[in-house]
Design a protein around this ligand. Structure first.
Ligand code: SAH
Length: 429
């Protein structure tokens, strides 16, 4: 039983506030009794905290079974016995049967082990809060016995934290104008994050990428980065449009590397925002090396790559059971007969699986002709997906022998992904 305010009534009728703690469970035994849905939800956070989890349950859900099989927890495949609590610091009772749960709590109480009860919060000696994590910060909310209230408050806090928090967990003032101007003033070296922005839909950035973006002092963005992500930056953030750097491609890359290094050495948190995934034809490796050799700490946040997302957005799975057991992602920016090409088109023609071609529109006629010349069937389904996951997405379906001409007729333009293989029609009724 709980009251309407932030307090809970104990069985004896005494009202008291819970006392919050952050348990440091690394290497410490936590016993979870039960192997169903509740345990499945509780166990990951315990493992994340490094706890030595002993799971006592006659049966496990497949998710828990997988963790047991992987050796991430110890599973005792039977009902609870008192000696299961030997050496335990905490016990979580995740079973429905109130009698069985009460007997576990009784043993825990006898041994002075805190006990969380999924079946009866008022009988528990500890409550699990609603949690949000933001980098190193953990916010835990107890709702006075009402988990939904705790979740509502937690969600509000999470939204607030997403607005502004420095990577080291210290909230900083919303404006740091000197960070971007090269004034060192004895400040520490900043950092660079190479962040994948996803294929186009601004919601397809990762949670981590989004957090770093909201924390950045400087954002260096590519042409293919979703504009809406940039719209939401704070006004004091320095935005460098990498596509406007007025040199040839290799000089421009050097220039970008220099901007990343200079700003970080001046103390700024720099996000290098790249379309899709930073390491898929994104020159992310070069930027990482440039930062590393200048002594700038750099992290990589993978992104949703257009090579998988563009087909998906057109209803094409890159693999499908019984249809394709492989997918190959290849750049088509050089013609197949170009001496500089690193792609074995003849060998690719011999594969049965899915071929995903990026930057291939310009050379599509030569590419498809080469694939057919080396044995891929001219009737192989093929599709082109332009501006995938955006409001202007276009999809063209064709066959290998016709797709280049069809794309021309339809006036398809970059950015576009070409998909070749039976998966193109795999989900058609
Ligand atoms: N790093 C990016 C790819 C960069 S190369 C990624 O992982 O997605 C640029 C090429 O990616 C474009 O020429 C095009 O082939 C493809 N591309 C990127 N975004 C796309 C989109 N929204 N729709 C279709 N193709 C896209």
């Amino acid at each position: 039983m709980t009251t309407g305010d932030e307090r809970a009534v104990r069985p004896g009728g005494v009202t008291s506030n819970p006392y919050p703690l952050g348990l440091r469970l690394h290497g410490r035994r936590v016993v979870v009794v039960g192997g169903g849905a509740v345990a499945t939800r509780r166990v990951p956070a315990l493992l994340d905290a490094g706890a030595d989890v002993l799971l006592v349950a006659p049966e496990l859900t497949p998710a828990l079974q997988a963790r047991a099989d992987a050796g991430r927890l110890h599973w005792v495949p039977r009902r609870f016995q008192p000696e299961d609590l030997d050496g335990a610091w905490l016990v979580q009772v995740a079973i429905d049967d109130p009698m069985a749960a009460a007997s576990v709590s009784a043993v825990a109480a006898e041994r002075r082990i805190f006990c969380v009860r999924a079946d009866d919060r008022t009988a528990a000696t500890a409550w699990t809060p609603a949690v949000t994590r933001h980098g190193p910060v953990t916010v835990a909310v107890l709702g006075g016995g009402d988990p939904r209230r705790a979740m509502t408050v937690r969600d509000a806090v999470r939204d607030l934290l997403a607005v502004r928090l420095a990577p080291d967990g210290i909230a900083v003032a919303p404006s740091r104008p000197d960070a971007a101007t090269g004034a060192t003033g004895g400040r520490q070296t900043g950092r660079v994050a190479l962040v994948g922005a996803g294929p186009g839909d601004p919601e397809l950035i990762t949670v981590k990428g989004w957090r770093l973006l909201t924390e950045a002092d400087v954002v260096v963005a590519d042409r293919l980065v979703p504009g809406l992500l940039l719209d939401e930056l704070r006004p004091d953030v320095e935005l460098v449009d990498a596509s406007k750097i007025p040199y040839g491609p290799s000089r421009a890359q050097e220039e970008i590397n220099q901007i990343l290094v200079d700003r970080a050495l001046a103390g700024a948190s720099v996000v290098r925002l790249k379309g899709g995934d930073p390491y898929v034809f994104g020159r992310g490796g070069e930027e990482l090396l440039a930062c590393a050799s200048a002594g700038v700490p750099v992290t990589v946040v993978p992104g949703v790559t257009s090579s998988i997302a563009a087909p998906a957005a057109a209803g094409i799975p890159v693999t499908h059971r019984g249809v394709a057991h492989e997918f190959t992602v290849v750049s088509g920016h050089l013609a197949p007969d170009s001496p500089a090409s690193l792609v074995r088109w003849d060998a690719l023609a011999g594969l049965h699986g899915t071929l995903v071609i990026l930057m291939g529109l310009k050379n599509l006629a030569a590419i498809t002709a080469t694939l057919i010349a080396h044995g891929r069937s001219p009737q192989t389904p093929a599709a082109v997906v332009q501006e995938a996951t955006t409001g202007t997405q276009r999809v063209l379906r064709s066959t290998l022998d016709a797709v280049a001409a069809d794309a021309l007729t339809a006036d398809l333009r970059p950015p576009a992904v070409v998909v070749v293989g039976d998966v193109v029609n795999a989900l058609d009724g």
